[in-house]
Design a protein around this ligand. Sequence first.
Ligand SMILES: Nc1ncnc2c1ncn2[C@@H]1O[C@H](COP(=O)(O)OP(=O)(O)OP(=O)(O)O)[C@@H](O)[C@H]1O
Ligand SMILES: [Mg+2]
Length: 254
Amino acid sequence: MTAVITIDNLTMSYGSDIIQKDLTFTINRGDIFAIMGGSGCGKSTLLRHLIGLHRPRTGTIYYGTEDFWTLDDQEQSLILRKTGILYQSGALWSSMTLADNLALPLQQYTNLSGSMIQDIIHFKLSLVGLKGCEDYYPSEISGGMRKRAGLARAIVLDPEYLFFDEPSAGLDPVNAKNLDELIVEIRNSLGATVVLVTHELHSIFAIATNAVYLDAEEKTMLAVGSPEEMLNNSTHQNVIDFLTRGEGRRRTSS
Ligand SMILES: Nc1ncnc2c1ncn2[C@@H]1O[C@H](COP(=O)(O)OP(=O)(O)OP(=O)(O)O)[C@@H](O)[C@H]1O
Ligand SMILES: [Mg+2]
C-alpha cells in the first residue's frame, strides 16, 4: 500500500475556535476514504485543509513526501492540478451548458485544441451516463443528473485525487446508490484515490475502504480503519452509535 496523503498531528481552528485536534492518519493509493462524523464535527473543514483552502493551526499534511503547507504557490498548484472536487452544493455554473461547465477547467489548465476539448467533454459525460446532454443547462436536468454532471466536471482533468463533500446529499436512495456505484467505477477507471466526506451510513458501508471518525464532542478522531473494523472493534460508544444510528453493535452486525 502506498501512502498518498498523510495527515500528521493536525489541529484545525477558525480563529481561537479549535474544531479538531491531534488528527493522524494515512490515505492510501486507490482508497475510497470516508471522513465521517456528525454534523458540525469538522468534516468539510478537514476537506478545506486538504485542498489548500485553509491552513492548519498546527501539524502537517503530506502529499507523498511533500509537506503541502510549506510549498510555494506554484508547487501547491501543481498538486491541486491533480485534484478533482465535488463540493457539498454541487456548484455548476447555472448560466452555462453542461459542455461549457466541463470546458472551463480544460481551457484554464490545458492547451488542448477546441476539438480535443469537445472530445473529452463527450467522453466524460458519457462516463457518468449523460451522453447527449452537452447542451442542457443545469436547471433543465434532475438533481441526480446535476450531481453526475458535477462529477464529470470533477474528473475532466483526470485527477489523481478526488474529493467529494456529501455527494449523495439530497438524492433519493436509488440515485444515491447509483452515485456510489459511479464513484467506484470512476475510481477504478482513473486509478484515482477518493476522499469522501459523508455521514451516509449506506455509502460508508457500501464503498468506503477506509475511514476516520471525527467526534464533535471530543474534538478529535476516535477511530480509523475500515468501517467494518471500526464497527466490530471500536470501544468508543460515540463511534458505535454513529455506525449503528444509536441502535448498538449487536443489532446491526447480526
Ligand atoms: N468559515 C468559518 N468560520 C468560523 N467557523 C466555521 C467556519 N466554517 C465552519 N465553521 C464551524 O466549524 C465547525 C465545523 O464545520 P464544518 O462545516 O467543517 O462541519 P461538517 O462536519 O462539515 O458539518 P456538516 O455535516 O453539517 O456539513 C462548525 O462548528 C462550524 O460552525
Ligand atoms: Mg460539511
